[in-house]
Design a protein around this ligand. Structure first.
Ligand SMILES: Nc1ncnc2c1ncn2[C@@H]1O[C@H](COP(=O)(O)OP(=O)(O)OP(=O)(O)O)[C@@H](O)[C@H]1O
Ligand SMILES: [Mg+2]
Length: 373
């Protein structure tokens, strides 16, 4: 996660981008973005995360000026830019399917926009060198894009969009074309480059791990609106709805009813078990809720846990080995299947359970989140 350590008495963050009640309706019928408001602080990397077609690119294109909002306003550094054409905005956008100029060298690709803006030659050379160093591409300056790896091309595209020193950088699926391993290393390199230049960035991705690794805050989007906006750990550990819990990572959700509602704990009765949640929730006795429990917070054992709360039992019906961890699928007596993830931190495969075994799953009283919707 790319958040800076929190300091006491930190100065209030300076807002760079303000999106106010923005709606975009295409062709009079397709509501791609539905009354979205957000602020992005100076220096922040902000991620728009959501499934295909939820309106991420549309929102980004409105920030860049390639689309005009049907309703609402966009401000940059206090100025209303809602109707300003793209070339008059101090903003640069790297598109979902970015393209380097294939016939130009890396050096010329980076210099292209600066030349077009009429920057003096000496300054261009200085700026391009700086960008090449930043992306550790110095030795590739004279190569053509097809002579580079996918990750190297990606870095050229990024520093090309940074060369003009935009106030705001918009990245639409910047790593979409890379395979998983290269994606992971490139994610961190991109964050380092963006932070070094000190630019503010809005990043679009449908990959939740990418959003968590790169962004200081995430907006989870669905059907044109924001479900939740928060820091990566908040969105993961305290999702505000089933949709967010489900979209971010793996989750087991138990349906139940609040039985005891106290300031310091609640209990939720479900067909499979009774959850004892070690903090108060906003709800009331008799209310129907979902209890979200992440697989990595569940422990498995062949011995019956003590007490009456926070455990259930079932049969191991599937074991999926991922290397660093193993996921066990447990079919409970109610027929519900839950997933439990065990770390493989020793060579002997941890809990010794195998297909068809009966097992107990248990968790502690701060492991779950109670969801009203
Ligand atoms: N120019 C357009 N004209 C009409 N409808 C459009 C246009 N562009 C996008 N849409 C529609 O608006 C909705 C949002 O599209 P958008 O491209 O913003 O989604 P997205 O979240 O970026 O998806 P993906 O992850 O697939 O890139 C979709 O239903 C899409 O079909
Ligand atoms: Mg898109």
């Amino acid at each position: 996660m790319a958040t800076a350590p929190k300091e006491i008495n930190q100065p209030a963050p300076e807002v760079l981008l303000r999106v106010e009640n923005v709606t975009k309706i295409y062709d009079g019928t397709v509501k791609a973005v539905d009354d979205v408001s957000l602020t992005v602080n100076k220096g922040e990397i902000f991620a728009l995360l959501g499934g295909s077609g939820c309106g991420k690119s549309t929102l980004l294109r409105m920030m860049a000026g390639f689309e005009t909002p049907t309703k609402g306003k966009i401000h940059l550094a206090g100025q209303d830019i809602t109707n300003l054409p793209p070339y008059q905005r101090p903003i640069n956008m790297m598109f979902q399917s970015y393209a380097l100029f294939p016939h130009l060298s890396v050096w010329e690709n980076i210099a292209f926009g600066l030349k077009r803006d009429g920057m003096p030659k000496g300054q261009i050379a200085e700026r391009v060198e700086k960008m090449l160093n930043l992306a550790q591409l110095g030795k590739f300056a004279q190569r053509k894009p097809h002579q580079l790896s996918g990750g190297q091309q990606q870095r050229v595209a990024l520093v090309r969009s940074l060369a003009k020193r935009p106030q705001l950088l918009l990245l639409d699926e910047p790593l979409g074309a890379l395979d998983k391993k290269l994606r992971e290393t490139t994610q961190l390199e991109l964050v380092n480059i963006i932070e070094e230049v000190g630019v503010t960035c809005v990043l679009v991705t449908h990959d939740q791990e990418e959003a968590m690794t790169m962004a200081s805050r995430i907006a989870v989007m669905s059907e044109g609106y924001f479900l939740q906006v928060g820091e990566p750990d908040t969105v993961y550990e305290m999702p505000n709805s089933r949709k967010v819990a489900d979209f971010i990572g793996n989750v087991n959700i138990f349906d139940g009813v609040i039985e005891e509602d106290e300031a310091d704990h609640v209990t939720v009765r479900c067909p499979e078990c009774v959850h004892y949640v070690g903090h108060g929730v906003s709800g009331h006795t008799g209310m129907e809720v979902g209890v979200a429990l992440r697989p990595e917070k569940i422990m498995l054992s062949d011995k019956k846990p003590k007490g009456e709360y926070n455990w259930c039992q079932g049969e191991v019906i599937e074991i999926v080995y991922f290397g660093a961890h193993t996921t066990y699928h447990l079919k409970l007596d109610s027929g519900k299947v839950i997933k439990a993830q065990e770390l493989n931190n020793t060579r002997d495969l941890s809990c010794g359970l195998t297909w068809g075994d009966r097992a107990y799953a248990h968790w502690n009283d701060l492991a779950m989140v109670v969801l009203a919707q």
